[in-house]
Design a protein around this ligand. Structure first.
Ligand code: 4GY
Length: 227
């Protein structure tokens, strides 16, 4: 599941350039029984299966020990789950500032609560919907974090929200256009061709405001995006 997303574009370049290091671990490698069991039926009944605490705990403890043995800081342990703190750009920034993370991906109906209590530092959600496992959520989180690591974005990929001058500061981006100047009877707004920098900046800001008011009024009037 990770090969594609981590093998392409910004994340793969960041790995190549040693700006990030990502290792994948198979939970079944931390089981001790012949069938490599990672799940079991829920106590109290109910549909589906629950992830056993021991393989998860052994995996996390093993990775923490690796960190200690190599003189690194203790990793911050995150479980991707809909019960977590909702991911936004501020949380991505906060996590990007950490030395290392262990992202735990659950499956089935859930993860035994005792593992969460004992070893998970926080739960993070990528949104209010259910997906079949934590892996796609981990991929989203890794992408959001990697983009924030200095040097990870090439000159072609810009970081508008990093710039105070032209940054979006918690608002939506307005419309963008490229060539040709007329397509399918539709024209590029004249201001973009004018070369008038002050007018352009003002227009972009107005477009951004209007779109945010219309589509995401919840983003206006909260200061959460400010540093
Ligand atoms: N939404 N945000 C999410 C998710 C799958 C059962 C725990 C989400 O982050 N993760 O839906 N994850 C569940 C599946 C075990 C993870």
């Amino acid at each position: 599941m990770f090969e594609g997303p981590f093998g392409a574009s910004i994340v793969s370049r960041a790995i190549r350039d040693e700006l990030v290091e990502i290792t994948i671990h198979q939970l079944r490698d931390y089981t001790k029984d012949r069938h490599r069991t990672v799940d079991d039926t829920p106590y109290g009944g109910g549909a589906g299966m629950v992830m056993k605490p021991a393989p998860l705990a052994d995996a996390v403890q093993d990775l923490k020990k690796d960190a200690s043995d190599s003189g690194q800081l203790q990793p911050h342990v995150i479980l991707l789950s809909p019960q977590g703190r909702r991911l936004d750009q501020n949380i991505a920034k906060e996590l990007a500032s950490r030395d290392s993370l262990i992202l735990v991906c659950g499956r089935y109906e859930g993860v035994d609560e005792r593992f969460i209590e004992a070893l998970v530092d926080e739960e993070v959600s990528i949104g209010d919907y259910v997906i079949s496992g934590g892996e796609p959520a981990a991929i989203v989180l890794v992408d959001a974090i990697t983009r924030l690591i200095p040097g990870a974005l090439g000159s072609v990929d810009s970081a508008p929200s990093d710039s105070f001058a032209s940054g979006l500061r918690g608002k939506l981006q307005g419309p963008v256009y490229t060539r040709p100047v007329e397509w399918d009877g539709r024209e590029v707004p004249e201001v973009l061709l004018s070369g008038d920098h002050a007018r352009l900046e003002k227009w972009r800001n107005e477009q951004s405001d209007a779109r945010t008011r219309e589509r995401r009024p919840d983003l206006l009037g909260n200061e959460d995006h400010k540093e």
